[in-house]
Ligand binder design. Structure first.
Ligand code: GLY
Length: 379
């Protein structure tokens, strides 16, 4: 029994079960009313709109939510929907345009493979991992972001696990080396001494030298974008679960401690902790990612006392997100599950809305409250 299962009360389980019921209603409406839509963020609470995506990275989160419901309810209709939305992603395993194939294939084809054990499903996941590995810049030692040859993002830490998985399935030492160099360079250049993280890093492509930290979705180059912090604590934790490399555990804890210290009793951070007088008080998707990432950390670490502290903070966060200013339980017209998320404040995309990844990671954390004991490497 991990720390979450030890600490979670019947009251919290009931709250989580009710929230999943709300998820069932929202998802049923989404897939019934918009069967071809793979949304990214809402506009005025509606999933269907013509606003830009910036980049195509969210297509796996709807299928992932449906798999969570399929497993938790055991209902055939959710299973059929999950399979159907997973099939829609066929071909994306060869997509070299994005750095997000972990986000796309891990919640979908990887879950399906765990349940059906079919070689075809595994091959698709492994191919997605190999394709992600093609983003590697050999001279500088990093996986490039979708944006430019010289750029890497902290978000990529959520997409290295699938490369590690492909390396293990193929017994490919070169791919293992690619993942390790990227992770160690992210650790070195983008995780600061206090545990905060930079969103984007820029390298000199001629010399391979690291040039500077910068940001796309945070406030400033030297500030702390909360969602990036959550990606870091979750992603380094996943790499520790895969490899047992103590450097990854150390970095996970450093990032987690900064996250908790900065967010404190509010339990839900703003978009960027350093921004003075932000327009919006909260960015709920960062809290959902962090809750699930902290639950993973609590499950993979040996120190029971520390694990309990991370688990307790994660459970408090989930309970906070289940209150009606975040959970859209009392807002029938709002099509998303979790309110007060933001995608890209600088570009004014999906600001103070529901976002697909927020709903997905929130559902992951609800699932873990209700007894799912998996960590990312198991799904
Ligand atoms: N592109 C990943 C994010 O917006 O967090």
């Amino acid at each position: 029994m991990n720390a979450i299962q030890q600490l979670v009360t019947d009251e919290t389980k009931a709250i989580a079960a009710d929230a999943l019921k709300v998820a069932e209603q929202k998802l049923n409406s989404l897939i019934t009313n918009h069967p071809d839509l793979l949304p990214l963020y809402t506009k005025n609470g509606k999933w269907s709109h013509g606003d830009p995506a910036w980049t195509n990275w969210c297509e796996g989160f709807l299928g992932g939510q449906l798999w969570i419901l399929a497993e938790r309810t055991g209902e055939t209709s959710w299973r059929e929907a999950a399979e159907s939305y997973t099939r829609k992603l066929r071909g994306r395993e060869f997509d070299t345009e994005v750095h997000d194939l972990g986000f796309t294939f891990w919640p979908t084809w990887r879950r399906w493979y765990r349940l059906n054990g079919q070689v075809e499903a595994k091959d698709i996941v492994v191919q997605a991992g190999r394709t992600m590995g093609l983003r590697f810049n050999e001279r500088a030692g990093f996986l490039r972001s979708f944006l430019a040859e010289d750029s890497t993002f902290i978000d990529i830490m959520m997409n290295v696990g699938i490369i590690q998985y492909a390396a293990e399935q193929d017994n490919d030492d070169n791919l293992r080396r690619v993942v390790e160099r990227h992770c160690m360079n992210t650790r070195k250049y983008m995780v600061r001494g206090d545990g905060s993280t930079s969103h984007e890093g820029i390298f000199d492509l001629e010399t391979g030298e690291f040039l500077r930290q910068t940001t796309q979705q945070g406030w400033r180059a030297d500030s702390s974008w909360a969602r990036g912090q959550a990606w870091a604590l979750y992603g380094f934790g996943t790499m520790y679960a895969f490899t047992k490399n103590p450097a990854y555990l150390e970095t996970t804890k450093l990032c987690a401690d900064f996250y908790i210290r900065s967010t404190g009793d509010r339990l839900v951070p703003p978009n960027d902790w350093d921004e003075p007088s932000p327009d919006l008080p909260f960015e709920s998707s960062a809290a959902a990612i962090a809750a699930s990432g902290l639950m993973q950390l609590a499950a993979i670490m040996d120190d029971a006392g520390q694990a309990e502290q991370y688990a307790a903070y994660a459970l408090d966060t989930v309970k906070r997100l289940c209150q009606p200013d975040f959970l859209a339980s009392e807002n029938a017209h709002w099509e998303g599950l979790l309110q007060q998320g933001s995608y890209h404040e600088t570009k004014s995309l999906g600001v103070n809305e529901s976002v697909m990844w927020g709903d997905y990671f929130f559902m992951e954390s609800l699932d873990k409250c209700l007894g799912a004991s998996w960590v990312t490497t198991d799904i």
